[in-house]
Design a binder for this molecule. Structure first.
Ligand code: ADP
Length: 411
């Protein structure tokens, strides 16, 4: 706190020196700020002021009022009411942000028009802001609802698409099963014939005196083996044709390749195709739907057989290879033929739905294969071989058993 004498502070000699005063307040404020204070609060009376200087003083007051608006300075100016003329009171209210007057034992705010205007403006801005907040909230709520609606619609569309894809895959499986029916029937008839032959032989060994139990046992073992083979084929066909929800389980692809070749063996035999398999012994399983993956294999095998059906004068060889690849760990399956090969200009279109070059073809096979492999997190591609024919390859992420998986499996 600092007290200065009015006359000394405001006057130089007998004259008001308001420039000195304005500078003086500024210096004091800077000192206060440098001293770590929040600002300057000053209070001044006007008892020392001569009447003749009133007008000039009022101009100074207005200037100070305007110049301290943006500064951390607050001025409380006091004026004695008794003896003040109405004009003087008006001057005071005009030159300050607001005035408070002691009347009827209480304090009253004497509002200046500027203050009134500012308050009205603040009120208007507040109302305006509130309206804008309400409007913006309404817009955001509407946008949010629209987004939610779109999301659930999209979810519904995705579900419907998945369902339609599943249904389409099943229908194509049923169709290709129909096409394969004759050769599949042959595949089942063969073990059945074996069973009858071995059954007769067994009866013969049992009827001989003494019964040859050892030979009878061998024939029964063959009967069991053939029955299992027939059941396996029927199980696979039923699974391929049946309407079931896809479900994921660890699938051993080498085993699936063997079983699929059995299913297709009618076709491969009919077209005199020689089968070669190069299967990796350490092939990890993949996590997937065994029926869908069998559909992919069957489709690639049948396509390869068909691509070689017109080949004459050289062996028709179909090679299926399984491989383990590192970083990232994937399983790769290639189906290679030495048939007519791919037209390089149409190599990508083969995966389009309904693209076929066969008179009886449906053109859905490869499109569905790609959908299935993609849904399993894998990739299906094709290329022409350097010599003859084409190779289709699909890769799938290897299923690495973690300790948790083992726990669940053994729990
Ligand atoms: P579809 O077998 O009913 O024609 P796909 O989608 O399975 O339907 O195959 C589409 C087309 O891709 C076939 O019509 C054929 O022209 C071509 N294609 C598929 N596999 C082979 C292959 N191994 N060699 C040559 N062309 C092939």
């Amino acid at each position: 706190m600092e007290i200065v004498y009015g006359r000394e502070w405001y006057m130089t000699g007998n004259e008001l020196d308001l420039e000195k005063v304005t500078k003086g307040w500024k210096q004091k404020m800077e000192r206060a700020l440098n001293g770590g204070h929040a600002g300057l609060r000053l209070s001044a009376g006007t008892a020392w002021l001569d009447k003749r200087d009133w007008k000039e003083f009022c101009e100074y007051e207005k200037e100070v009022n305007d110049s301290i608006l943006d500064t951390p300075m607050l001025a409380l100016c006091t004026y004695p009411l008794p003896g003040s003329a109405a004009a003087e009171i008006l001057d005071v209210t005009r030159t300050h942000q607001f005035a408070i007057a002691r009347r009827n034992k209480g304090w009253e705010v004497v509002e200046t028009s500027e203050l009134k205007q500012a308050k009205a403006e603040i009120l208007r801005l507040n109302n305006d802001l509130e309206l804008r907040v309400v409007e913006r909230t309404r817009q955001l709520t509407a946008a949010n609802e629209e987004l939610r609606r779109q999301m659930s619609e999209r979810q519904r569309a995705e579900d419907a698409l998945r369902h339609a894809q599943g249904e389409l895959a099943r229908v194509t499986r049923v169709t290709s099963m129909g096409e394969l029916a004759a050769s599949i029937a042959h595949e089942v008839t063969q073990p059945l014939t074996g069973i009858v032959t071995n059954g007769n032989a067994c009866l013969h060994w049992l009827a001989s005196a003494p019964p040859n139990v050892e030979k009878a046992r061998t024939t029964v073992e063959r009967i069991i083996r053939d029955s299992n083979r027939a059941s396996e084929v029927i199980r696979d066909i039923r699974a391929l044709v049946k309407k079931t929800q896809p479900h994921h389980e660890p699938v051993a692809l080498n085993d699936l390749i063997h079983r699929t070749l059995t299913l297709a063996s009618g076709e491969t035999t009919r077209h005199q195709v020689e089968i070669q398999t190069v299967l990796a012994a350490d092939l990890p399983s993949v996590l997937g739907d065994r029926v869908q993956l069998q559909q992919v294999l069957l489709n690639l095998i049948i396509n390869a057989v068909e691509a070689m059906s017109t080949i004459t004068g050289r062996p028709r060889v179909l090679t299926i290879q399984s491989e383990r690849r590192e970083a990232p760990e994937v399983v790769s399956i290639t189906v290679r033929d030495c048939g007519v090969g791919l037209d390089p200009q149409r190599a990508e279109r083969l995966f389009d739905a309904f693209f076929t070059t066969k008179p009886e073809g449906m053109g859905m096979g490869l499109s569905i294969c790609r959908t299935i492999i993609s849904a399993h997190g894998g990739h299906l591609s094709n290329a022409n071989n350097a010599d003859r024919g084409a190779t289709f390859e699909f890769t799938l992420p290897a299923y690495v058993e973690t300790p948790e998986h083992v726990d669940i499996a053994t729990a």
